[in-house]
Design a protein. Structure first.
Length: 483
């Protein structure tokens, strides 16, 4: 699909959406008027307390599914084909989250659908109002499908592919060396990081690359497996895959905003979810909410966590896993970490997670001049702020050839730099700005954001109101005027 023919979901025929996403037998979806909810077809998320308190739910659940694992519990086990994938196991942060608070169940009937079963089963137990630190309580269901999270992929969102641009003029350099001064730790949970040739040497020196993990319930016992690294990969026709270099681009933005940021990039790439039947090489575009929430839980020892994923939930319920993770990250030893996430690129007012959680800093995008909402950006009172997300320039990969969404005859020349559009690129601006305040002021990430949003940290903040998105036009967000 060409970026010139991208369509808002509410204008899309359902059969076109089906052709886009039904690329794997384990993927299911539900179309609402303006959002596309995608989930893993045979997996359910269950709040254990609700199951224990409701014998009806427990009895109905065990008739259709088996318990596969729990968030915060279990180990990474290497399969026969994982000979050089790292340690045999990892110790989960059990001091943060009870290992059985959120359970993952796999449906046993291959004809069942997690969306249908979630709706049926959640009616057998009470929803729970979960208190949050920063805002109203979230209504959390007893059961939900395991939603699929998407990075800023322009194949199913009305944003754009990356475009080549020349290196950003110097001086000063786009990414400067870390100052001989206090630093701030930033974790980027995204597609990974690619070392290019010639290298982005200064950025490379400030980045540590960690493999993400995905929970494989297709084997017994279920096990955590390492995600493959981000590479300059192509589809079956030789086009550069649309989200290659996404994490590299974001790491460059964080480093540009904060010279003091030391960046850990967690490559969260679920490798069993093709986007379409004909492009099997696109399979690394997705991760589940269970996997991304686990990555957040396991890498919360930082000042800032910048998460590159966004997804809507079935019937707009709160995400079970992110509600649990944020509940523990707002108290105890990690209470000061600032978690930042994009609002999403569907031009929708519907809440997208994890940005919609009251204790997550949800970032929408403005146009280049900051006069209005970027044409693709989600927007709503559930978001916290906005920053420029259109015509953003940053570090990218080297590539000479065709790209997805464009004819094979069109040859694109990327020389390590790109210009890109998306709320995913407004988010690291805010993450980097928070890290800068942390390093300079010695405050926590949460406190640094409060200083930023109040205008007390040297960044101009103005209100920006969007009047275009139904059903709640007129939502005003603080606009952080960042580079």
């Amino acid at each position: 699909m060409s970026p010139n023919t991208s369509f808002p979901l509410h204008e899309s025929p359902q059969n076109a959406i089906t052709q886009l996403v039904l690329g794997h037998p384990r993927v299911t979806f539900h179309v609402d008027p303006d959002v596309l909810v995608i989930a893993i077809k045979d997996e359910l998320l269950v709040r254990k307390a609700s199951r224990v308190d409701s014998p009806r739910l427990n009895d109905a659940l065990i008739k259709v599914a088996i318990h596969a694992g729990s968030l915060g519990g279990g180990t990474t086990s290497k399969g026969d084909d994982d000979s050089e994938t790292g340690d045999e196991s990892r110790e989960p942060p059990s001091e943060l989250l009870p290992a059985d608070e959120v359970e993952l169940w796999r449906l046993t009937n291959p004809d069942d659908d997690s969306i249908d079963q979630a709706r049926r089963l959640r009616a057998l137990a009470q929803d729970e109002c979960v208190k949050t630190r920063s805002g109203p309580s979230s209504l959390v269901p007893a059961v939900s499908p395991n939603h699929v999270c998407v990075v800023a992929s322009w194949e199913i969102c009305p944003a754009t592919p990356p475009l080549p641009c020349p290196p950003i003029p110097t001086p000063p350099p786009f990414v400067e060396p870390t100052e001989d001064a206090p630093t701030a730790g930033v974790v980027v949970i995204d597609t990974g990081y690619i070392y290019t040739n010639p290298p982005h040497a200064t950025l490379d020196a400030r980045v540590t690359v960690v493999a993400g993990e995905w929970f494989d319930t297709t084997v017994s016992p279920a096990r955590w497996r390492p995600c493959p690294p981000d590479v300059v990969d192509t589809d079956s026709e030789g086009r550069l895959i649309g989200v290659v270099g996404h994490g590299t681009f974001i790491a460059g933005i964080v480093a540009h905003e904060s010279r003091q940021a030391q960046i850990t990039v967690v490559g969260q790439r679920h490798d069993c979810m093709p986007l379409t039947p004909n492009h099997v090489d696109e399979q690394r575009l997705f991760s589940s909410e269970f996997d991304v929430a686990s990555a957040l839980l396991n890498h919360a020892d930082a000042d800032v966590v910048s998460c590159g994923f966004a997804f809507p939930t079935l019937d707009d319920y709160a995400s079970i896993v992110f509600s649990s993770v944020m509940n523990v990250l707002t108290s105890g030893p990690y209470a000061g970490v600032a978690v930042v996430a994009p609002a999403g690129n569907e031009s929708s007012a519907r809440p997208y997670w994890p940005a919609a959680h009251p204790d997550v800093i949800g970032v929408a995008a403005t146009n280049p001049l900051g006069f209005r909402r970027a044409w693709f950006s989600n927007w709503g009172a559930w978001a916290n702020c906005c920053a420029r997300g259109q015509d953003v320039r940053s570090t990218f990969v080297d590539w000479l050839g065709p790209i997805q969404g464009e004819p094979l005859s069109d040859i694109w020349n990327f020389s390590g730099w790109a210009i890109w559009n998306g709320t995913s690129f407004a988010t690291p601006k805010v993450s980097g700005a928070i890290a800068k305040v942390v390093a300079e002021s010695g405050v926590s990430g949460v406190e640094a954001y409060e200083l930023l949003i109040s205008g007390s940290a040297g960044v101009t903040v103005t209100p920006l109101t969007d009047m275009t998105l139904a059903p709640f036009p007129g939502v005003t967000l603080p606009h952080l005027h960042l580079g």
